[in-house]
Design a protein around this ligand. Structure first.
Ligand SMILES: [Zn+2]
Length: 344
């Protein structure tokens, strides 16, 4: 049976402003569901560490790190941009979130587990090298990728991002770095406005940024096409030694923040493709890290669907079922454009 680990820490719950969609209730819902389903008992608990300034500086400027640290004052909340808050414990939570993904990557590279799912927050993929934004303080997945390259001797790391929003921060971190393949499916046009298919990287990173911007209304069928027809051949050509996943679940049809129609079964399908690619290309080494996802029922069942693929379990039908049975938008021309620009 394949071995899977998970990262979780109660400190992740202390980053909290009441009423904000990026809430600790998200993680509580996931943990309660995984516990009830008996999945935590099938996984290894991996202990997160606290990221150090040296870890953060693999991706971020000293000025950003200091700005976030100083903004975390006792007994107040402070807004770094219109939708990104911090409270007194947010800096500590963010260090442990980034450090949690580092611990998971080390556990997988050391052979302690085959794969891992990091149940961390605050999320990270919008945080750029010098800016916290979009609910994100530090870019957990980018720091983990940079760590694997700089300190663990890897030469090629792939990051797959199926959050409904484009991971502009991750793209920025590696835009001119051909050692990281960044693949993203995202609603477009939508927050944060980046991620058009013509953005493909530059310099030694030319071609290593693969953006698949999708019109609103895409469901399981459209998403699975993107993963089979673009993600799979792009990863096979790149031959990553480690696969990281920015796992946001806000493309679910029940999510309140976006307009996509993916179901938990669809996430199981995407995760099955990613797991098979990891087995084929990098000894099954795959590390998921939580990004968005704001309907708690959809989030818990969709995370569970991904974890089930890591454990070799079949899809477990969820109470929300499939989304609206409507014809998806035509994505033929966009897929053709992405294939053409990337030679796929
Ligand atoms: Zn998102």
């Amino acid at each position: 049976m394949p071995r899977a680990g998970y990262v979780y820490d109660p400190l992740y719950l202390e980053h909290d402003v009441p009423g904000h969609p990026e809430s600790p209730g998200r993680l509580r819902a996931i943990m309660a569901h995984l516990e009830d389903a008996g999945l935590l008992a099938q996984m290894t608990s991996l202990t997160p560490r606290d990221a150090t300034p040296d870890d953060l500086e693999l991706v971020h400027s000293g000025a950003l790190i200091e700005r976030v640290r100083q903004a975390c004052q006792p007994d107040t909340d402070h807004w770094l941009d219109v939708d990104t808050y911090v409270v007194a414990r947010s800096y500590d939570a963010a260090l442990r979130a980034a450090g949690g993904v580092l611990a998971a990557v080390d556990a997988v590279l050391d052979g302690q587990t085959d794969s891992a799912f990091c149940l961390v927050r605050p999320p990270g993929h919008h945080a750029t090298p010098d800016r916290a934004m979009g609910f994100c303080l530090f870019n957990n997945v980018a720091i983990a990728a940079a760590h694997a390259l700089a300190r663990r001797g890897l030469e090629r790391v792939a990051i797959v991002d199926f959050d409904v929003h484009h991971g502009n921060g991750t793209q920025d971190a590696f835009y001119a770095d051909g050692r990281v393949l960044y693949f993203s499916t995202h609603q477009h046009p939508f927050y944060p406005g980046t991620g058009y298919w013509t953005a493909t990287g530059e310099g030694s990173g030319e071609g290593a940024i693969v953006n698949v911007p999708l019109p609103r209304g895409c469901g399981d069928a459209e998403y699975l096409r993107c993963y089979r027809e673009i993600c799979a051949p792009a990863l096979r050509r790149f031959r990553p030694q480690l696969l990281l996943v920015s796992a946001g679940f806000d493309a679910h049809f029940a999510d309140p923040l976006a307009q996509m129609l993916v179901s938990a079964r669809g996430y199981h399908g995407i995760a099955t493709i990613l797991r098979e690619l990891a087995v084929e290309l990098c000894d099954g080494r795959i590390v998921y890290t939580l990004e968005g996802g704001y309907d708690h029922t959809a989030l818990a069942w969709s995370v569970r669907a991904c974890i089930d693929t890591l454990l070799g379990n079949p899809f477990s039908p969820d109470p929300l079922g499939h989304g609206p049975r409507i014809a998806g938008p035509d994505i033929e021309g966009m897929l053709a454009a992405v294939k053409r620009v990337h030679g796929l």
